[in-house]
Design a protein around this ligand. Structure first.
Ligand code: URA
Length: 282
C-alpha cells in the first residue's frame, strides 16, 4: 500500500480486494478514510487485507465468542427437513423470505451480516438465480448490487429486462461465504428447499442461472458452465413445476473476461427469443 494514497485510492483498492475475494477489515478502512481528507496527499496508514477472516468474524473476535444458534446436535438431513417444512409453510414469496430469515440451519449465517433473499418484481416472467451474496450484497441485504450486479443490470436491460418491471433476482445460497469462496454442497443443500419453493410460488416463464455454481447446483450436474451455456434445459421442482432454464456466464466472470461477452450476448438473445415465443411482451 503506497504511503501517499488518497481516500479515493483507498476506496478503489478495497473494492478491488473485495472483487478478488479478499476480505477487508472495514473498521480499519473507515478509520483510515476518516483520518485524511478526500484530496489529502498526506501519509496513509499501511493497510493490509484480512485474508483468513470476514469483517464479521473480526468484529466478533473483538466482542468475544458469539454463541452459535445452529444446534450442533442436528444433522444436515435434519436441517434440510426443517428447510423443507418452513418452505412448504410459506404461501407467498414474502412469507418465504421471512421463513428464510428465521432459518438457522446454514453455518454461513453465523459468519455474515445479512440474509440476502431477493429483489425485483414478484410476479416477473424472468427469474435470475446467482450463486450467493458477496460483500456489497451482505452489507445492503439485496442480491446483485455490487459491480457484478451492475453489469447484470446492463445485460438484462439490453433485452428489455429490469428489476422494476419484469425481473426477479435471487440466489441459490442466501448467506455470504467468507472470502467470497464458493458455497459448499451442504450449504447449498439446506437452501435448496427454499429455492424450489421460490420457483413454485413465483412460476416464472424462464430462469437464468448465472455462473457455474448456480447452474450446476440447479441442474444437479457436474458439467461446467462452458458446456452448459448456449441452450436451455428443464428445471424441475419436487412439487412438479418445470421451467426452462438458460445457464449463462456469471457477470463477475465477464468482468474478468470481457472477450466472452459475445457468448453471453448470444445467451441473452436466446432468453429474449424464448420469451417472445411464449408471448411475453418486453
Ligand atoms: N454474485 C452472485 O452470484 N449473487 C449476488 O447476489 C451477487 C454476486
Amino acid at each position: 500500500m503506497p504511503q501517499n494514497a488518497s481516500a479515493a485510492a483507498l476506496k478503489a483498492l478495497t473494492e478491488w480486494w473485495e472483487e478478488m475475494g479478499v476480505d477487508v477489515d472495514q473498521a480499519e478502512i473507515s478509520a483510515a478514510m476518516k483520518a485524511q481528507p478526500a484530496d489529502s496527499s498526506g501519509p496513509a496508514r499501511d493497510l493490509k487485507p484480512v485474508r483468513s477472516e470476514s469483517p464479521k468474524q473480526s468484529q466478533d473476535q473483538a466482542r468475544g465468542p458469539r454463541k452459535s444458534r445452529r444446534k450442533q446436535s442436528k444433522t444436515l438431513e435434519d436441517w434440510v427437513a426443517e428447510a423443507e417444512s418452513l418452505a412448504a409453510g410459506a404461501d407467498s414469496l414474502e412469507a418465504l423470505k421471512a421463513a428464510i430469515e428465521i432459518f438457522e440451519g446454514c453455518p454461513l449465517k453465523q459468519l455474515c451480516d445479512k440474509t440476502v433473499v431477493y429483489d425485483g418484481t414478484l410476479s416477473a416472467p424472468v427469474m435470475v438465480l446467482g450463486e450467493g451474496p458477496g460483500g456489497q450484497e451482505d452489507r445492503m441485504g439485496l442480491p446483485f448490487v455490487g459491480k457484478a450486479g451492475q453489469l447484470l443490470d446492463k445485460m438484462l436491460a439490453a433485452i428489455g429486462l429490469d428489476r422494476k418491471t419484469n425481473t426477479f433476482i435471487s440466489n441459490v445460497n442466501y448467506w455470504r461465504p467468507p472470502g467470497n469462496r464458493n458455497p459448499e454442497a451442504d450449504e447449498l443443500a439446506v437452501c435448496r428447499p427454499f429455492v424450489n419453493r421460490m420457483v413454485d410460488l413465483a412460476q416464472p416463464k424462464i430462469i437464468i442461472a448465472t455462473g457455474g455454481v448456480a447452474a450446476k447446483s440447479l441442474l444437479d450436474t457436474k458439467t461446467g458452465i462452458m458446456r452448459l451455456r448456449g441452450s436451455e434445459r428443464p428445471f424441475e421442482t419436487p412439487a412438479g413445476t418445470t421451467i426452462p432454464l438458460v445457464p449463462m456466464f456469471h457477470p463477475a466472470y465477464l468482468l474478468r473476461r470481457p472477450q466472452d461477452k459475445s457468448r453471453a450476448w448470444r445467451d441473452l438473445l436466446l432468453v429474449q427469443a424464448r420469451l417472445k415465443e411464449m408471448g411475453v411482451a418486453l
